[in-house]
Design a protein around this ligand. Structure first.
Ligand code: QAP
Ligand code: CO
Length: 169
């Protein structure tokens, strides 16, 4: 598996707080970015990645929650239309390496998005895919899973990651 040229930003980098803009024209470069993001996600390895995490302020996310890592999904301008139920998941994030915490979110979603051909579609998701999509859409709005934790937990993670980042540069 080739590694990726994209760099994944790490918490508490302020660029993770920027709000991504809608993509009004799906072009070849959008499809190319999606492919590069999938490459970076698989290399990590991860199950989801948002453009915000690679310092691109565009509304584009990719996911693959399959066991075989052979079911890449690309969502452009994703929007949740309906949600239902409640589920608890141990979430992690490529931008918060080494930390996993329980987050409660809606269990099922109805999603609207645009595909890499520029065509709108709707999709229902539940289970890990639903949680992954919600987590990635949060990134596009500058939100991280650590924002759902107590501020004490978030500050501790922040401190540990800053220390780690200083050691590794
Ligand atoms: C979001 O996160 C997600 O800490 C995607 O050291 C995760 O792919 C949604 C990863 C879990 C729901 C449940 C995290 C890789 C990958 C790490 C990821 C790490 C290496 C996280
Ligand atoms: Co994340």
């Amino acid at each position: 598996m080739p590694t990726s040229l994209l760099t994944i930003l790490e918490f508490p980098d302020s660029r993770l707080r920027k709000k991504a803009l809608r993509i009004d024209n799906v072009s070849g470069s959008t499809a190319h970015l999606a492919d590069e993001m999938l490459r970076a996600m698989y290399a990590a390895p991860g199950i989801g990645l948002a453009a915000t995490q690679v310092n691109v302020q565009q509304r584009l996310i990719v996911c693959d929650v399959s066991e075989e890592k052979n079911a890449p999904l690309i969502f452009i301008n994703p929007k949740i239309l309906e949600m239902d139920g409640e589920t608890e998941t141990q979430e992690g994030c490529l931008s918060v390496p080494g930390f996993y915490e329980t987050v409660i979110r809606p269990e099922k979603i109805l999603l609207e998005a645009v595909n890499r051909e520029g065509e709108p579609f709707q999709m229902e998701a539940e289970g890990l895919l639903s949680v992954c999509i919600q987590h990635e859409i949060d990134h596009l709005d500058g939100k991280l899973f650590v924002d759902y934790l107590s501020s004490a937990k978030r500050q501790l993670i922040r401190k540990k990651l800053l220390k780690q980042q200083k050691l590794s540069r």
